[in-house]
Design a protein around this ligand. Sequence first.
Ligand code: AP5
Length: 220
Amino acid sequence: MPTNIILLGPPGAGKGTQARKLIEDHGMVQLSTGDMLREARASGTETGQRVAEIMDRGELVTDEIVIDLIRERLADGGTGFIFDGFPRTLAQADALGSLLKEQGQAIAAVIEMNVDDAELVTRISGRFTCGGCGEVYHDTTRPTRTIGVCDVCGSDRLLRRADDNAESLKVRLLEYYKKTSPLIGYFWRDGNLHRVNGLASIENVSSELSRVMSSVPQPA
Ligand code: AP5
């Protein structure tokens, strides 16, 4: 029976990569606020344009916008969510707790992925993503088998994110340490915080996450 978990970690820690593995291995549903906001910016609406400017600077989008996006998705029902990149502030964490409670649900585990800053820079500067299916790659650690073609869906639309540059990354890291890292204490207090070494290989991090998943109590 799938449970709800949060992947918590700085930009480039591997949250998106591991979320995709959890979907494959445990049949879970990824809720990535980064992906939702990229969809909003692509829509070209006034809100989308505001979101784009904030994201390109590397700053956090307002709690109000992000919480509304999550509220809409949770209203569709379901469980077994992987919250990827959400919550990122104390206000978002409180809102998530209340929204889940309204549905008789809770967070089973918060998994903090630890990676040092130098490695984050290397990961972010080499990242590219398939525009067709969203698969995440890296120039050196996870290249496509055929240059320019996605291994999973065969698309040749391989993209680099506008905010994956040194200047934005500096702001994103600052935002993480200032506004998101206090959540480590917030969830530690609840007793469901788990830590994994995000510096390990993608496969080893994945095994560690599976070990955590099997240790958390399943919902009745
Ligand atoms: P978002 O899209 O959430 O980006 P992020 O949190 O900065 O995280 P990333 O997607 O950059 O990294 P990741 O941890 O998923 O790493 P990945 O698996 O790709 O947010 C973007 C922006 O949207 C924010 O800056 C903000 O403006 C806004 N936003 C989003 N959510 C918000 C919220 N809740 N509130 C307010 N604003 C919000 O891996 C990175 C690279 O490393 C890849 O190339 C991968 O192949 C490689 N890699 C992964 N794991 C390993 C490994 N173990 N070893 C070697 N390489 C690895």
